[in-house]
Ligand binder design. Structure first.
Ligand code: SAH
Ligand code: SF4
Length: 354
């Protein structure tokens, strides 16, 4: 389609499009030929290659608690879900996982969990500084939800380098469909601006194909991302969880996720862009295809094997039975197979040389 390629080229040149053209571009995604899709991915990949080459950065994910005070409508860990076997890892267990990750050559450890107030700020700081003391050349990323500015500052002083907090959607009406009334888009966005201001490398992001999402929502997401200028953008398909209000909603598609990954790479050439586990869940080669569409980060699991089956944000999550070492090897092999290399590096954003 000539018109599609013209718009894609314009986005590639300017890194942004006027809203009406952006909406036209994404409306065309339903009728693209495989050549048009390949064309888009090749534009995205060329931009990624220029900044990051064929390097793929790994993040070792420790899912340290599945207890959450929130009740997001899409998430299997929501507090109203009584069918979750809830767990918390002790500080010792978390540090052990991080040690194992380090031995497996991970140089970024991501601590992710529900919003579990049992871990005080002191606890989080101790865990962060514990990892940094043992492994000063490791980056620590937190992904533990909305906190006060003071808490974010304390974690940063304790050594946390990065923070992942997907904005989920930048459309007010859509935000209200996805969340109960006690959560607000404004509060979420304020957290992201605070994190940036404090000096974190910040990750925002959204689900692809989530219930009630419209093309206007995607346009709002891109506009917000242009404003925030995050260092990382995490996107993956929405996948229903059987114990949530969205149990009967369809998953986001592989094609849409790859399409938006490519648009993000073209729009934000320097951003760190993961090919997520959710993408690997909807297709066995989803993460490989994600890399070929512009992603440059993979986040294998370092959580103890016995708790992995209890950290189910969505149904069918992959790699819940594998040891960390297996995940690492598997990822190396998968990347080599498509001509990319997993590197032993913190993998900072190009503007943050750590
Ligand atoms: N509690 C923290 C971190 C854990 S949730 C937080 O909410 O920020 C991490 C991410 O998982 C969320 O941001 C959301 O985008 C994603 N997620 C949750 N449920 C999902 C689902 N059903 N399908 C796909 N992604 C989901
Ligand atoms: Fe809790 Fe995060 Fe799930 Fe929302 S998405 S219920 S905050 S774990």
């Amino acid at each position: 389609m000539q018109e599609f390629r013209e718009l894609a080229d314009k986005l590639n040149r300017d890194n942004d499009l006027p809203r009406s053209e952006f909406l036209s571009l994404i409306a065309m995604r339903r009728n693209l030929s495989s050549e048009d899709r390949s064309y888009l991915y090749s534009l995205a990949r060329a931009k990624a290659d220029r900044v990051y080459g064929k390097n793929i950065y790994l993040r070792g994910l420790i899912e340290f608690t599945n207890i959450c005070r929130n009740n997001c409508n899409y998430c299997g860990l929501r507090r109203d879900n009584r069918n979750v076997n809830r767990y918390r890892l002790s500080k010792e267990q978390i540090l052990e996982c991080a040690d194992r990750g380090y031995d497996l050559n991970f140089r970024t450890i991501v601590l992710q969990g529900g919003e579990d107030l049992r871990y005080t700020d002191d606890d989080i700081c101790e865990i962060v500084s514990g990892i940094k003391e043992r492994h000063p050349d490791c980056a620590v990323t937190l992904s533990i939800g909305e906190k006060s500015r003071e808490s974010y500052e304390r974690y940063f002083r304790a050594g946390a380098d990065r923070y992942l907090l997907r904005h989920e959607t930048a459309n007010e009406e859509h935000y209200r469909h996805l969340h109960p009334a006690e959560l607000s888009m404004k509060a979420r966005m304020e957290c992201l601006y605070m994190l940036k201001d404090i000096g974190y490398q910040v990750g925002a992001g959204f689900m692809v194909g989530s219930p009630f999402q419209t093309e206007e929502c995607y346009a709002d997401d891109f506009a917000f991302l242009h404003k925030l200028q995050p260092e990382m953008i995490g996107i993956g398909p929405f996948i229903p969880h059987h114990d949530t209000p969205f149990r009967d909603m369809p998953s986001g598609t592989l094609e849409d996720t790859l399409f938006f990954l490519a648009l993000l790479r073209i729009s934000f050439p320097e951003v760190l862009l993961p090919a997520t586990t959710a993408l690997g869940t909807i297709h066995p080669l989803g993460r490989e295809m994600g890399v070929k569409a512009g992603a440059n980060v993979i986040m294998p699991n370092l959580s103890p094997t016995d708790v992995r089956k209890d950290y189910l944000l969505y149904d069918g999550k992959i790699c819940t039975g594998d040891e960390a070492a297996e995940c690492r090897k598997c990822m190396e092999m998968r990347m080599e197979n498509i001509g990319y290399h997993v590197v032993t590096s913190r993998g900072d954003h190009v503007k943050f040389k750590g």
